[in-house]
Design a protein around this ligand. Structure first.
Ligand SMILES: NC(=O)c1ccc[n+]([C@@H]2O[C@H](COP(=O)([O-])OP(=O)(O)OC[C@H]3O[C@@H](n4cnc5c(N)ncnc54)[C@H](O)[C@@H]3O)[C@@H](O)[C@H]2O)c1
Length: 438
């Protein structure tokens, strides 16, 4: 079976590579010539554990190739995935420009029956817009070539994307024809054969499933952040409250960790987009509006805690900041809480020396020289007034506290991810300020 994956970003590159690993012949297409050139040279543009080896191996086995030409790739494809970005528009709705550009290009170039699967996260109804855009181009050409559209939202998590794709919790597919369903079942046969479940549904439900999943996860985070903030006020410890509620199987243990807000390329934009979709249909998404509001507040919380500790005066103070990516195991800094913490403290006159195990390049690209960058976590501490932990990288979980103590001017740690034990911090003589633990 041969397929094309259009858009070779986090989702497209991982999906294309993993499908190649499952035995399918895959062509990854992108309009970014530099990205495709690099991939052809074996340089992987993103950090994702295990991806590089898999790309190189599948290229060598002739199951994976890269091109900038959709025309050339579509000729040899039974199915095509659209995996381009859907960034938020000014009003919060998903910008479909890239998706519909690809759809038109498909219509301009297809010669045979093909199933077009939308993997990008798109508002309910988009597959039908994709269908109309393809048909519009076929009509312009005056040709009658059958095709089907389908929705196949992606649930991989950055940082464990390869594993998530190779061992999916579920594969969700929305189709509207028997022919398309059969192609998709053949495509995912290497996965269903191993017992991974494929859930077939109609297209609008598949599109909704993706938004509902991300919104539910974002809701859990904002809920726990709200509970954590109240824990501080009433003298409770959110860490034990988390364990207490997580033991209920109806609630479950996962995704109950409070912190300094959710970020990344998905939750913020998908929550916004679902609120907008609701508004378009005259339905107010009250819960999600609150989820977003709590998250916006939470992203400013760490800087507020620092300012409160120093009674509003951090002019001339230097802070070591550990962790820049929006979560560990990725270099992605889209909507990262670190940038909010940094901006708030810089605005108050502080100086920041930052370190991240993987996201330094990306941080420099986004923030330039408004912060200083250290070569490792201990260098960042040298001469700093305090340490602020923003991303819970494993490297930071068990630091050499004697180094920390010797490097810092004062023994003060602000922990935005609750990775240290308050009792131990007290024993070590630190002023330790975390989230939801009074
Ligand atoms: N990143 C994630 O963890 C994740 C997870 C699940 C779903 N998604 C969704 O998947 C979609 C893609 O996300 P991403 O993070 O991979 O985006 P990305 O920005 O990393 O990659 C998008 C790629 O599409 C390319 N592109 C744009 N227009 C093109 C065109 N006309 N032809 C060919 N290529 C084109 C861009 O050059 C870019 O390389 C989004 O809708 C996102 O919401 C993302």
């Amino acid at each position: 079976m041969k397929i094309s994956v259009v858009g070779t970003g986090y989702v497209g590159l991982v999906s294309g590579t993993c499908l190649a690993e499952s035995g399918i012949t895959v062509t990854c297409v992108d309009i970014d010539e530099l990205k495709i050139e690099k991939l052809k040279e074996g340089i992987i543009p993103i950090y994702e554990p295990g991806l590089s080896e898999l790309v190189l191996d599948n290229v060598e086995k002739n199951r994976l190739r890269f091109t900038t030409s959709l025309k050339e790739s579509i000729e040899r494809s039974d199915a095509l995935f659209i995996a381009v970005g859907t960034p938020p528009d000014e009003d919060g709705s998903a910008d479909l420009t890239y998706v519909l550009n690809v759809a038109r290009e498909i219509g301009q170039n297809m010669e045979d029956y093909i199933v077009v699967l939308t993997k990008s996260t798109v508002p309910i109804g988009t597959s039908h817009k994709v269908k109309a855009a393809i048909q519009g181009e076929l009509d312009k050409r005056g040709v009658n070539i059958p095709f089907d559209v389908a929705s196949n939202p992606e649930f991989l998590k950055e940082g464990s994307a390869v594993k998530d794709f190779m061992e999916p919790d579920r594969i969700v597919v929305g189709t509207e024809s028997e022919r398309a369903r059969k192609v998709v079942e053949r495509l995912y046969h290497p996965f269903t054969q191993q017992g991974f479940q494929l859930i077939n549904m109609d297209i609008p439900s598949a599109e909704m499933t993706k938004y509902a999943a991300n919104s539910m996860l974002a809701t859990r985070i904002s809920f726990m952040n709200d509970i954590a903030n109240l824990c501080e006020l009433v003298g409770a410890d959110v860490n034990v409250v988390r364990k207490g509620i997580g033991a209920d199987p109806r609630i479950g243990k996962k995704f109950l960790f409070p912190g300094c807000g959710y970020g990344g390329s998905c939750f913020p934009k998908d929550v916004k987009a679902l609120i907008k979709i609701g508004a378009e249909y005259g339905h107010e998404m009250g819960v999600l509006k609150a989820v977003e509001e709590v998250n916006d507040r939470q992203k400013h919380l760490m800087a507020k805690k620092v300012l409160d500790y120093y009674k509003g005066n951090v002019k001339g103070k230097r802070f070591a900041l550990w962790g820049l990516s929006f979560k560990p195991q990725t270099d992605d800094m889209r909507e990262a809480p670190s940038m909010v913490v940094i901006d708030d403290l810089l605005a108050a006159g502080a100086e920041i020396v930052a370190y991240d195990p993987i996201a330094m390049e990306e941080a420099k690209r986004r923030m330039g020289d408004k912060v200083k960058y250290a070569d490792d976590e201990y260098e960042a501490l040298q001469g700093a007034d305090a340490l602020i932990v923003v991303t819970e990288w494993a490297d930071f979980r068990v630091p050499k506290f004697t180094f920390v103590e010797n490097a810092l001017k004062e023994k003060v740690i602000f922990d935005g991810r609750n990775i240290y034990d308050p009792k131990q911090m007290k024993e070590f003589g630190y002023e330790y300020i975390s989230i939801g633990r009074s």
